[in-house]
Design a protein around this ligand. Sequence first.
Ligand code: UD1
Length: 431
Amino acid sequence: MSNKKIVINKSMNLRGSVKIAGAKNSALGILAAIVCVGEPCIIENVPDISDVALMCSILSKLGVKIDMISKNSIKVDPRNITLTCANFDEIRHMRASYYLLGALLSRFGEASVAMPGGCDFGLRPMDQHIKGFEALGAKCETIGGITSVKCKHLKGGRVYLDVVSVGATINTMIAAVRAEGTTIIENAAKEPHVVDLANFLNSCGADIHGAGIDVITINGVKSLTGTRYQIIPDQIEAGTYMAASVATQSDILITNVIPKHLEAISAKLREIGGEIEFFEDSVRVSCNNKNLRKCNVKTMPYPGFPTDMQPQIVALLSVCEGTSMVTEGVWESRFRYISELRRMGAKVSVDGRLAVIEGVKNLVGTNVKSVDLRAGAAVIIAGLIADGQTRIENISHIERGYENIVGKLSNLGADIKNIIETPEKVFLGAC
Ligand code: UD1
């Protein structure tokens, strides 16, 4: 049995450029939505990450034909789907598999999907997804961890989401795209991947307006056609390198980004002492300031500060002068990783959804775990700035969502590598 780890030695003053991959959350939504399109599609700028591989494996089990055209382009042919019931192991390992409910319902009038896993941030209710499906006339029930939805003839309806939910917005949009008549989603999520999914569906012949604002209107169409579509760059991967650049007092150019998606992240990094210069599709992030300043952050739905950047900004704030406060506004428990930062010398206390961070001069490298995807990114940032060596376990979480993070950081000059540790054989009993 082997055990893959990431090993980092303190690496300040990084230089060079790094290219951002396609957005994980867009890719997962779009790949699932191809089920409802019903025709072959070619998707480009797909990130080479394990969550995409998992989604492809799930789709294959349903009867979708997947052909890799190149490392980042996939041809997805959903014409011969044979199952509307997705109840196998992989499903439970990925939150985005719940998009299959909307996609199968839209195409076949029924779906049963085992309820998802993904990162563990506390309760993950589905009530708003169900509210969306019911507004279209579907009957829904959850028994033994499997949610089933059924409606032979979906009809457009109006749904007001009680909480801003990316998942419910996307699922309702997918289910409504071929329903008869018009669907209106009020208090919709405005995240970049919601807009990307709407653009993808529109390029297949859908009639969706308002994605990116609070009210989305979907005029149902009879059928959709295949398309070739390029996924947007990953906002969170870009934000992670931006935070790493400020933390390590570096000067790096981050290419293949959409500057608009990075406004909230940039505002906070500037408060801390980073310098940020935007170009058409790239951003230069530098920091000459040895005295990084405290700042307060509250995570919120887009265009607020993303919850998926919360662990990375806490890692950075752990070495900023003064006391910072970070409030998690989306998930009830997203601070499980703090114990790992504490092991490295960070002074952070947590009370419910609030983390109070007293900046320290230095972190110290040690053995830590990646407790979830973005928590993994946080311990990588901490490892870059910590004195000595940091060894990170459980890196499969990181591989779920970051394409070649070790290679990209090492190209910027970081002392970082993957190692595989084979446990030494232990002999029991007397010789
Ligand atoms: C959320 C984030 C997304 C991030 C992802 C992974 C927001 C709005 N969404 O998306 O940016 O990429 O986590 O970290 O920031 N909820 C309900 N009922 C539902 C669905 C959701 O109460 O039916 C609640 C959730 O418990 C949560 C909030 O709504 O508190 C946001 O959930 P949602 O946006 O659906 O989660 P994700 O799509 O995973």
